[in-house]
Design a protein around this ligand. Structure first.
Ligand code: PHB
Length: 422
């Protein structure tokens, strides 16, 4: 098999890249380990930055998002028994966020790719990458694969032969646990890691929204977040021990914990409903530098992980593939590789800033139970400052709705603010 761009991973990064390339007349093949149904039904993140929503709209895959997604113009920070609204739209000159599930974005992209005759091979496992430093890199893969989650191993049905996909470029969009990152040699690759001493217990609930905007709460017992998925399905989280098990949490204990953490002086009540899914996720920050080696490029979770507190994960993946699609376009239309050569540097500037924001939100909003009261009191003071200073809330708001997708736009932004000529 031969294609121009071989993409390992059919999540938001890989599928959006394939879509953006198709719009520029560049051919790609996407290899995805899971089945289509599994990807489309796994509930993941749900917040789209303004720029992410705009890109989906501009490229013809934003129609259902605009119809079914919820536009949010602010968030609430709740602490000390009181809620404080951050008017994101007012503070950022009209920008907003969309609450629309990642798996819905992926569904829309699959439909667009498959309608356009795009190739997405589901249940295909990449087994090896070869010749990355030549002009014909290769992805070896096997079909009919499935992930045995309990054993943490990939298995194959039948006697699937190994196949080879020869490409001009290989892009690893295969997530944190995928094989692509390891293909960057150890002596070239630096990995920056921070693991947080807590996780998030997430639930999906049947019922109407408990609130119009997302609520991020800090309480003595820990963090809690009220989010949504649709008018009928709500998403809530609370800080927990990352080693805990969902089996230790019957429904009533979960509601008790959420009620306690979200309580306000004026008696706000939490809308409860039937819990139909529970899961625990660990929290870490992770950045791999560089994000490129030879003709292999990494995008999204394969290159970086942020804790979910800033809602940046999918948005970073979208920003990466936007930069990459431009670079590949430049190569195929002019033969020049300037944008591809600066891919890693361009992306990492934004990745580090989003990582800083996610780390900051995480540090401000969680209980570090093993530390003393001094830290907790500083966190409350920081929340008090952020919600009472226009400068501080503007900083939170502009990061939350999303920093400019590419650095040159930052210059444009400051020129606008100072009234300078562009
Ligand atoms: C979610 O709805 O899953 C969600 C919302 C906001 C976050 C993280 C996750 O910061």
């Amino acid at each position: 098999m031969r294609t121009q761009v071989g993409i390992v991973g059919g999540g938001p990064a890989g599928t959006l890249l394939s879509h953006l390339l198709h719009l520029r007349g560049i051919e790609s093949v996407v290899l995805e380990l899971r089945s289509r149904e599994e990807v489309e039904t796994t509930v993941r993140a749900g917040v789209l930055e303004d720029g992410t929503a705009e890109l989906l709209r501009e490229t013809g895959v934003g129609e259902r998002m605009d119809r079914e997604g919820a536009v949010h113009e602010g968030i609430e920070l709740r602490f000390g028994g009181r809620g404080h609204r951050i008017d994101m739209t007012g503070l950022t000159g009209g920008r907003k966020i969309f609450v629309y599930g990642q798996q819905e974005v992926v569904k829309d992209l699959y439909n667009a790719r498959l309608e356009a005759g795009g190739q997405i091979v589901f249940q295909a496992a990449a087994t090896d990458l070869a010749d990355l430093e030549t002009s014909t890199p290769k992805i070896r893969f096997r079909r009919n694969a499935w992930l045995d989650v309990d054993a943490g191993a990939i298995r194959f049905r039948g006697d699937a032969e190994e196949e080879e996909l020869t490409c001009d470029y290989v892009v690893g969009c295969d997530g944190f646990f995928g094989p692509c990152r390891a293909a960057i040699p150890d002596n070239v690759r630096t990995e920056h890691v921070r693991t947080y001493p807590f996780g998030w217990f997430g639930i999906l609930v049947e019922g109407p929204p408990a609130t119009e905007e997302l609520i991020y709460a800090l309480h003595e017992r820990g963090f809690a977040l009220v989010s949504t998925r649709s008018p009928e399905i709500q998403r809530l989280y609370f800080q927990c021990d990352p080693e805990d098990s969902v089996d230790n949490w019957p429904d009533e204990k979960i509601w008790e914990e959420l009620r306690a953490r979200l309580a306000t002086e004026d008696g706000w009540t939490l809308e409860e409903g039937r819990i139909f899914q529970k899961n625990i996720v660990g929290m870490r920050s992770f950045i791999c530098e560089p994000m490129q080696h030879g003709r292999l490029f990494l995008a999204g979770d394969a290159a970086h992980i942020v804790p979910p507190t800033g809602a940046k994960g999918m948005n970073l993946a979208v920003a990466d593939v936007r930069v990459l699609a431009r670079g590949l376009d430049e190569f195929y239309s002019t033969g020049r590789t300037g944008l591809l050569d600066s891919y890693s540097q361009t992306c990492l500037r934004r990745v580090w800033k989003a990582s800083r924001f996610s780390w900051w939100m995480t540090s401000m909003l969680h209980r570090f139970h093993h530390e003393d009261d001094f830290r907790y009191r500083l966190q409350l003071a920081e929340l008090d400052y952020v919600t009472s200073s226009r400068a501080a809330s503007t900083s939170l708001a502009e990061n939350y709705v999303g920093l400019p997708m590419e650095p040159q736009e930052e210059g444009e932004l400051s020129a606008q603010r100072t009234g300078g000529a562009r």
